[in-house]
Design a protein around this ligand. Sequence first.
Ligand code: KG4
Ligand code: ZN
Length: 341
Amino acid sequence: MINILGIETSCDDTAVSVVRDGTLILSNVIAAQTDMHEKYGGIIPEIASREHLMAIMPTVDAALEGAEISKEELDAVAVTHGPGLAGSLLVGLNSAKGLALGWDKPLIGINHLEGHIYSAWLEDADPECQFGFPLICLIASGGHTDLVVMFEHMSYKVVGRTRDDAAGEAFDKVARVLGLGFPGGPEIQAQAEGAKGLIPPFPRPKIGNSVDFSFSGLKTAVVRRAEEEGFYPRKTNQNPTRVQVEEFSGAFQSAVVDCLVRNVNRAVEEWGAKGIILGGGVAANSELRERMQSEGKVGVIAPRPGLCTDNGAMIGAAAYRHFNESICTQWELDVIPNLSL
Ligand code: KG4
Ligand code: ZN
């Protein structure tokens, strides 16, 4: 039995979890900063790192308590060291170093994107057993939209990425245009449920023959139409109507989902993939999950929504593979804000 403490502070959530054998979640505690960032309509890096600093130790204590194990029963301390916001990553990494040193446990540095992939192994799912390798992984979040071929455990090649905005970033921006809260994804998803397809579709940007993505043109198309309809930039007494919000949300969401599903399926064919893994906050989106399940060329594993958004369990799950291969980190480990897979 291998118990790993997973710490994730790359963005705005302070998340700590205890994971057993890379699959069983003993505890999964998240101190979200949503209220703070909602006030500003986005994430302010300085505020995010200060909040992490205050939340990290209580969150570690809560994760150990929730898991009902003592620190002696832990086998390693794992932490995200990139990619992400430098100040936020530093809080997690330095805390993890202090704990690992104090408790005399190995330290394991994890790539945040690898964490999103290993969310698919949490709880009862096992993509390796269910499908086998290679797998196509779509990681769609606030900072990334990557298509990754996974050849075997810990072996990846990024074959597609966004050329401009990340999918989640586009959700957040469009939500602001529509006067919805932050983060935008869940708000747009809720509004889209009321859409009846009354407005013309938005464009589905395509990058030549590649499986790269582009969302800035789509975002601009939404802004232009909002300007034409007179509710953006917002003037007093010119809020969009409920029907406008629902229709814009539905049309925008379907355009994003079309692009994601199209490129995932193309990558599956190009790489002869046996299965599809979804990860990252946008993978919590119900339309994406449903359409990928029904239109995917091969089987799909999408972790439950709470494990798609940032969490500590995914870091514990990824670290289990490193631990098994005896890949432990040196104490000089530093944060790498632009770390790639
Ligand atoms: O993975 P994540 O929690 O953090 C990053 O690593 O960025 O992803 C956050 C992003 C935000 O942009 C948020 O709007 C989006 O994921 N998101 C969603 C949904 N839930 C979160 N996008 C679409 N539909 C959702 N249900
Ligand atoms: Zn993430």
